[in-house]
Design a protein around this ligand. Sequence first.
Ligand SMILES: [Fe+2]
Ligand SMILES: [Fe+2]
Length: 293
Amino acid sequence: MARIAHLSDVHFGANDPKIVSATEAWLERSQPDLVIISGDFTQRARVEQFRAASAWLNRLRAAGMRLLVIPGNHDVPLYDVFRRFAAPLRRYKRYISNELCPWYEDEKVAILGINTARSLTIKDGRINHDQMNMIKKRFAPVAPEKTRILVTHHPLFAMPIGKGGELSEAVGRHDDAVEAAAEAGIHIALAGHFHRTYAESAQKMVADAGGALVIQAGTATSIRLRNAEPQSFNWLHVHRNDRIELQVIVWDGASFQRGHHVEYSRDAAGWQAHELADPSARPGVRVAQAARA
Ligand SMILES: [Fe+2]
Ligand SMILES: [Fe+2]
């Protein structure tokens, strides 16, 4: 089994230092095999914000964490037009990571992060054709029993984000990206960006989606919340590539608590959710799913 913490949208410059410290304490206590952080490290891509994010990552590394990180749209300068177009991710590379499409593989999982942040769009993301080829190529030699995980900041799939179930924008060139993920045999697609917790079988979201379970993390530490959903992150236990557990770790105003806990199993019809009885789970964020017709 692989134990993975998936955090997103930490937004240094618009986050709560108390919650930042609490992420460190929780991770140190739980000792995940891997911590994935799916972008938006800063609020406005300013140097001091990147420095604060970098210090946080260094503290996690010093506590023994192995990290896989990718940039988000907020890590590209918005108002500094020269920098936005000439060197959009220079600060990210300097302070966070030089690698924009990181790879991690061990005996249980193979994980590829893809950078979807672009200069030309303010908040929307995009995948280019080289990256789609990279998805297919990187996963091609991976042993079939391993769980294949793709990480992006912008989700590959349009999903309900509003209270009334309005659909979000999907990543640019979304049809091709979904096809590449399906061809690569992706089992789990992790993303962030919407500051909303969500999980659903891709097959129930779009046609020809392949076999992925789509999992969105909320914002771990930002004070900018969507629909007043509190800060949270996802705690994944990957048992096999057809059975995983997802537990939402929710900020209750004073500390992170274990919340909604769901097991997913995969069959020919896609991933099925099974609520796990968990007496310790507190009310708070539930894993939202697509509305059933
Ligand atoms: Fe964000
Ligand atoms: Fe974002």
